[in-house]
Design a protein around this ligand. Structure first.
Ligand code: HEC
Ligand code: HEC
Length: 210
């Protein structure tokens, strides 16, 4: 906890030093500040270089910068409202300037994702089928249509490959009950059964690398 508090004061000091926002460019100062905040603060939960080892904390390494920045802005605006988002990330994101958010997103986007983690092979196979084909009878669309082959994500939808199953499962539930209020994923998740969520999460966790 002491480490976190020290990191938080370092964060505040850096934010005061922040220059005014530059359009699409990330200044050298913002880059350095982001690296410092990532190592001193964010890594306490999200792991070194954003490769999280604790299932509650999502892996950030290799995630698309546009998605990361949008999520940090949503935490800061308090519109991503699941209890864990509220409990952990509203406070963390509150002091971040737009510049620093852009630089943090670029920093994590540039990190190499970790390896996949195995699990129940039956669930993984069922999950692979749902990912590729959806569940036609229940009106669930193929995830691959938006999240891309290998679940590496696209400009429009986040990377899911190698993410912790526990985190993914919780997000699917939060989309379903609208605690994380995103129309497109509410539509996808609203009729997903618990076993289908478990399977698709196990499959996604098993995917690793690039
Ligand atoms: C004390 C622990 C903790 C710290 C420190 C922390 N986070 Fe988080 N972060 C979380 C948790 C928990 C979640 C998942 C929230 C949820 O389940 O909705 C999260 C979610 C996120 C997400 C969303 C990821 C996704 O896939 O949607 C981003 C981005 C993020 N954090 C960035 C950061 C950054 C950048 C920092 C440093 C400024 C940071 N976090 C510091 C706990 C933490
Ligand atoms: C029509 C496009 C579309 C389809 C189909 C789709 N998704 Fe998504 N998904 C998105 C978008 C866009 C987001 C980002 C939501 C946001 O902005 O918070 C997302 C976010 C997610 C997240 C949150 C990731 C994180 O890091 O927090 C999970 C988990 C997810 N989708 C799983 C799935 C699964 C599983 C399927 C298939 C059953 C699926 N999605 C199908 C568009 C889609």
């Amino acid at each position: 906890m002491k480490k976190l508090i020290t990191a938080a004061s370092a964060l505040t000091a850096l934010l005061i030093m922040q220059a005014s926002p530059a359009a699409d460019e990330i200044s050298a100062e913002a880059r350095l500040a982001a690296q410092h905040v990532a190592v001193m603060t964010c890594a306490n939960c999200h792991g070194p270089q954003g490769r999280s080892i604790v299932p509650k904390f999502p892996t950030l390494a290799g995630q698309h910068p546009k998605y990361l920045a949008a999520q940090l802005q949503a935490f800061k605006a308090q519109t991503r409202g699941d209890p864990d988002a509220l409990g952990y990330m509203w406070g963390m994101s509150a002091p971040l300037s737009d510049d620093l958010i852009g630089a943090l997103a670029a920093y994590y986007g540039a990190q190499t994702p970790g390896p996949g983690r195995g699990g129940d092979s039956g669930a993984i196979a069922r999950g692979a089928d749902i990912y590729a084909n959806g569940v036609a009878a229940e009106g669930i669309p193929p995830c691959v249509a938006c999240h891309g082959p290998g679940a590496v994500g696209t400009e429009e939808a986040p990377r899911l490959a190698g993410q912790h199953a526990q985190y993914l499962l919780k997000q699917l539930r939060s989309f379903q009950n609208n605690m994380r209020n995103v129309a497109v994923m509410h539509g996808v998740a609203q009729d997903l059964k618990a076993t289908e969520m478990h399977s698709v999460a196990a499959y996604l966790q098993s995917l690793g690398g690039a």
